[in-house]
Design a protein around this ligand. Sequence first.
Ligand SMILES: Cc1cc2nc3c(=O)[nH]c(=O)nc-3n(C[C@H](O)[C@H](O)[C@H](O)COP(=O)(O)OP(=O)(O)OC[C@H]3O[C@@H](n4cnc5c(N)ncnc54)[C@H](O)[C@@H]3O)c2cc1C
Length: 462
Amino acid sequence: MRSSTSHTSTIPIQQLRGDLHGRVIAPDDAGYDEARTVFYGGIDRRPAVIVRAADASDVSQVVSLARETGHELAVRSGGHSLAGHSVSEGGIVLDLSDMKVLQIDVEGRTAWAEAGLTTGEFTTAAAAHGLATGFGDTGSVGIGGITLGGGVGFLLRKYGLTIDDLLAADVVTADGRLLRVDHDSHPDLFWAIRGGGGNFGVATRFQFRLHEVPSVVGGILILPATPDVIASFIVEADAAPEELSIIANVMTAPPMPFLPTEVHGQRVVMALMCYAGDTDAGERAVAPFRALAEPIADMVRPMPYPEIYLPEQEGYHPTGATRTMFVETIDRQAAETIIDHLEASTAMMAVAQLRVLGGAMARVPAEATAFAHRKSPIMVNVAALYEDLDEAAGHEAWVTEFAATLRQGDSGAYVNFLGDEGEERVRAAYPGSTWDRLTAIKARYDPTNVFRLNHNIPPAGR
Ligand SMILES: Cc1cc2nc3c(=O)[nH]c(=O)nc-3n(C[C@H](O)[C@H](O)[C@H](O)COP(=O)(O)OP(=O)(O)OC[C@H]3O[C@@H](n4cnc5c(N)ncnc54)[C@H](O)[C@@H]3O)c2cc1C
């Protein structure tokens, strides 16, 4: 939610430069434009100041400054917020991306990770010891945002959400205090930060459990997107051993060099497969997918876990219209709906992303964390990526209609895939008593809603 900024004083830039250990970047400074750029394009906001915090003390001072002056505070880890929450118009940006200390306890299989690390950086460092924590599908996403929202990725069915491996966090709350938060210390806050996003404070570092993942059988499998292939793919993914997590992108084939030219522009299933276990068993688990149709491309192979993250293009800032939902099933009819809508889109890239859930994620009780969608079997994200901002309304209308056609009765949403879609959709992320519990905890730790530039959970009673 982008709320209007009501502040009572200007920001003392010179004083901040003296007080803080990290970098203070003001509008006239070199590097300002780069520092206010976020992952998504079409977001052009000019903050009054950007602070690249060096440590928890800087974080505490900046939070106090925002609280005392009333300036809007944007908290940024990896800058991938779909809703543009990591940069403020006229307010303060607290950028954690210089905070990258990572301490891995190889024997104890845990790691303390500062919130400025990306998921790719964490994964590469942990893999040097044959260890891993599951995050998402993209290495440039920050561990801050993905962890606080839940974390749905390649180890989901085997080890659960990222928050299921979160053991503790250090959090600066709205009053500027640094709290150690875990099952024993501030358990209410520990519950809330596992799914409640950035509403409760700034996490300066996280302690994660690590698993032995010496290698995986993984990579891209591309099949023709017929209704039968799409529907069968989902059936197979649901029936597969829990070691296998898949993300099936039904999309128009981009002109990728490894694809035959006659496939460019055709509808394909571009699936990202990840089997976290024994190589032979992994090959057996992938075989039924390979048998669904003659693969257009098959790059699934034994690999070190970090290679599951595809290379990313520097300076890539797509503008996107997106919608997220949970569904019970993708049958032949739903698959036809997907193909029809993709064919009708005029976007540079149109996609329906299908994530089969279940496994370890579903075994955690819904009330155990603030992520309550434990029993939802499939997540669907539809997106149109485009360049020309004048076309925004058309692409928004397309995703809205597409999502409405696909919905099957579950009105829930995963907070990390929400755009700026209004209060009702934030409520959808936190069904039933989860919402009431979150607003009560918010009232306890952030009664004046200092942390409001996010998918906002207002304090109870306001
Ligand atoms: C290309 C792409 C791929 C994605 N893939 C996946 C995926 O596979 N699985 C998945 O679960 N999600 C995925 N996401 C969604 C992603 O989890 C969210 O966008 C997430 O919020 C991004 O985190 P960030 O730190 O990079 O973003 P930021 O924009 O830096 O942070 C997003 C918000 O999180 C809060 N926040 C971030 N860090 C902190 C902190 N340290 N303390 C307090 N609040 C904080 C703030 O409110 C901030 O506005 C993807 C997003 C993109 C753009």
